[in-house]
Design a binder for this molecule. Structure first.
Ligand code: SF4
Length: 382
């Protein structure tokens, strides 16, 4: 594509106009759209609203596993066979200690996540207490992910000081029945509407790599724009053994339609074939369609982006620091170093400098090659 194509992408986004579905499809799949100029087009938009700052989030699984729902991508679902640790709501002291650690680690936002379909009225009251306590101890933003809630529950949480409610759309309405049967896309939308009616800012995102089409990914990005959500986590499906989705991919030996077969060869044990190139295109698309939203490169960052992980900072202005719900991520210090090395700065209330291992001027342990590596074919060693 000529430079004018990429300039037009940036201009359209900055002028608050919508890209056509055909253009979005090109961004995701046309070899004529080259990755580097596309990243630059998305970066121009990111820079306009977020400069070179990065917001870090730390997740706390406040309640883990034993979920009666059957979301196929989730290892906490009743249908998953993954051997995870399960527990009910953690005591306040534990949640508070973890909030302190998140604050000290430089997290901008502390995300409290509970497994389950949705909280009871009693649980909402407990969570309101948790939120009030965390907010009164630390100057950190709090986001809560608790499944389906109605407007009275949202009002209680808002009154307690909750900054944001997370509830992902995950995929399009037409694909939703393929990934979950115990609740509907409409249920999810109702929760977002309840939160917005209560005056809560919403965080809602997508999971890419669940057998959907490009059309579904484009549709979700446009729906999130219509909803004016403040924050969009873009997750890339993590193929954790025991999740229903992975099992069905393996059983069918099916390749999700958004994916190409080439990288299946590169990672034969991974049933999804997301490539770093494709993941970056998705991030660029979400930035261009949602110029003012916090776009987060979320689960699957390390796994799917691999050596191109740092490029995600150009469209995205947010990431998780300490891993994901049930999967570990890259060491926090290495993520912080990556951000700094690329010339971005962490937006934080805490002091993070001690977590970054500055290596430039310090002596580090560089392992030396031994003789077996230097001379693997020598016949006789003296
Ligand atoms: S995504 Fe949430 S509702 Fe769905 S199975 Fe997992 S914990 Fe339960």
């Amino acid at each position: 594509m000529k430079p004018v194509f990429y300039q037009k992408l940036t201009e359209t986004s900055l002028q608050g106009e919508l890209l056509s579905d055909a253009c979005c499809e090109e961004i995701l799949s046309s070899p004529a759209v080259e990755l580097l100029p596309l990243l630059d087009a998305a970066y121009q938009v990111r820079r306009e609203y977020f400069h070179n700052t990065v917001q870090l989030h730390i997740l706390n699984n406040a309640q883990n596993g034993n979920c009666p729902e059957d979301c196929q991508y989730c290892v906490q679902a009743k249908t998953a066979t993954t051997d995870i640790d399960t527990y009910s709501l953690k005591p306040m002291s534990e949640i508070l200690a973890e909030a302190e650690r998140a604050y000290q680690s430089g997290a901008y936002r502390y995300c409290i996540v509970m497994s389950g379909r949705g909280p009871s009225t009693k649980r909402v009251a407990q969570l309101a207490q948790v939120i009030q306590t965390v907010k009164s101890h630390f100057p950190i933003e709090v986001c809560l992910s608790v499944g389906l809630i109605d407007e009275p529950a949202a009002r209680t949480l808002k009154a307690a000081g909750l900054d944001r409610l997370n509830h992902n759309l995950n995929t399009s309405e037409s694909h939703y029945t393929n990934i979950c049967s115990t609740h509907t896309y409409r249920d999810r939308m109702d929760t977002l509407h309840a939160a917005q009616s209560a005056g809560l800012a919403c965080c809602s995102g997508v999971i890419v790599g669940m057998g959907e089409d490009n059309e579904d990914i484009i549709g979700v990005a446009k729906e999130l724009r219509r909803l004016e959500v403040a924050s969009i986590p873009v997750n890339f499906f993590l193929p954790i053994a025991g999740s229903q989705l992975l099992e069905s991919f393996t059983a069918q030996r099916s390749v999700p339609t958004t994916l190409t077969s080439e990288s299946f060869t590169a990672q034969p044990s991974v049933p999804t074939t997301l490539t770093p190139d494709y993941c970056l295109r998705v991030l660029c698309l979400y930035r261009l369609l949602n110029p003012e939203a916090e776009v987060r490169v979320a689960a699957g960052r390390e796994h799917h982006l691999r050596g191109m992980e740092v490029m995600s900072l150009y469209p995205a202005n947010s990431m998780f620091l300490d891993g994901y719900l049930n999967a570990t991520g890259k060491e926090a210090s290495r993520t912080l170093q990556m951000i700094e090395d690329a010339g971005f700065t962490v937006e934080t209330n805490g002091n993070i400098s001690e977590h970054i291992q500055h290596t430039q001027n310090n002596q580090v342990d560089v392992p030396l090659k031994d003789i077996e590596v230097l001379r693997p074919r020598i016949e006789e060693r003296t």
